[in-house]
Ligand binder design. Structure first.
Ligand code: ADP
Ligand code: MG
Length: 324
């Protein structure tokens, strides 16, 4: 297994109390596989990813439990130097906003080239040539002419391509893409997502794709993990989920995406709001919003029940959810 997150726990100590952002997350990704991580804003998707990348802000964040196995090594037990090396060549992250991730005062060519200079001891001139190749690889027209330009001189979509090129430059085994297309126009979103999926399969990388866009997921993911209040509430191969979700929350998420074949129908929205993480509801955290909730749900936290070989649902009444 390329990446295996086991029972990960992360807290934030804030003025309002301890926010339990990640409460025992388990997920795994193999080489060449895409895991989509879904869930409303604030469900712990990014914090989990930051813990995996080793870029969590500590403090205020604190990892209070669990393991993060990358190529068999527990990252939480490695020293800072080893982690830095893995961050360079083993795994890389793509963020939503390229403008704040790229250096505004360095040309794109210098930033791309720097990767090869630092990690591979390449000479400047050769690194520059590699930068042009990379820009061509990610579909930037006129790469040779534009290699000396600065990030702000590129459109949002082109900048996102440059960030993808940066992340993939050293051909890492794992990519974590945190809402990589959210800030882009809809048409550009699809192009950037297609590019990412294409390069991922070219390089047989593992991909953790964080998104709240279920529309994207069906096309590119192999399996999904749905997060709610810092836990995985459903995990399954992607096609199973679309056919029949086994958790009422997943069902709500699915019902709230616009579908071409359902034009004109009113969109469903899950009632209520995600919980305050300093005081997560008892039992199943979703119970205040759940149409299936009953006494047991308020009292007893559901484990991840095995729905089938590759599927799990953290709902006491998953059979009922599955039946529809
Ligand atoms: P998302 O699923 O939208 O990516 P995050 O993982 O970013 O959610 O955040 C989950 C929760 O963790 C937030 O709702 C917040 O309570 C807490 N959190 C995240 N980052 C911080 C921070 N820097 N300081 C305090 N709390 C934080
Ligand atoms: Mg996030």
């Amino acid at each position: 297994m390329l990446l295996e997150v086991r029972d990960l726990r992360v807290e934030f100590h804030t003025r309002d109390g301890v926010a339990k952002a990640v409460n025992g997350v388990n997920y795994s990704v193999e080489a060449g596989e895409t895991l989509a991580v879904l869930g409303e804003s604030g469900s712990g998707k990014s914090v989990t990813a930051q813990a995996v990348m080793g870029i969590l802000d500590t403090p205020p964040g604190k990892i209070t439990g669990g393991e993060i196995l990358f190529q068999g090594k527990d990252l939480l037990r490695l020293g800072e130097e080893e982690r830095r090396q893995i961050r360079g060549a083993g795994m890389a992250m793509i963020f939503q906003d390229a403008l704040s991730s790229l250096n505004p005062v360095l040309s794109v060519g210098d930033q791309l080239g720097e990767m090869f200079v630092v990690h591979q001891g390449m000479r400047r001139k050769a690194a520059r040539a590699r930068a042009v190749e990379l820009m061509e690889w990610v579909g930037i027209p006129g790469a040779r002419e534009r290699v000396g330009q600065y990030p702000h001189q590129f459109s949002g979509g082109m900048r996102q391509r440059i960030m993808i090129a940066m992340a993939l430059a050293l051909e890492p085994a794992l990519i974590i893409a945190d809402e990589p297309t959210t800030a882009l126009d809809v048409t550009v979103q699809a192009q950037v997502m297609d590019l990412l999926a294409k390069l991922q399969s070219e390089l047989a990388m593992g991909l953790v794709l964080i998104t709240h866009d279920l529309g994207v997921v069906a096309d590119v993911a192999d399996k999904i993990a749905v997060m709610y209040a810092g836990r995985i509430v459903e995990t399954a191969p992607v096609h199973d989920v679309y056919k029949a979700p086994a958790h009422p929350y997943t069902k709500g998420l699915l019902a709230s995406i616009p579908r071409l074949d359902h034009k004109g129908r009113e969109l469903y929205a899950i009632k209520g709001l995600p919980p305050n993480l300093t005081s997560i509801p008892s039992g199943c955290a979703f119970h205040p919003r759940c149409p299936l909730a009953r006494d047991r749900c308020r009292a007893e936290t559901p484990p991840l029940y095995e729905v089938s070989h590759e599927r799990g649902s953290a709902c006491h009444f998953w059979q009922e959810a599955l039946r529809g």
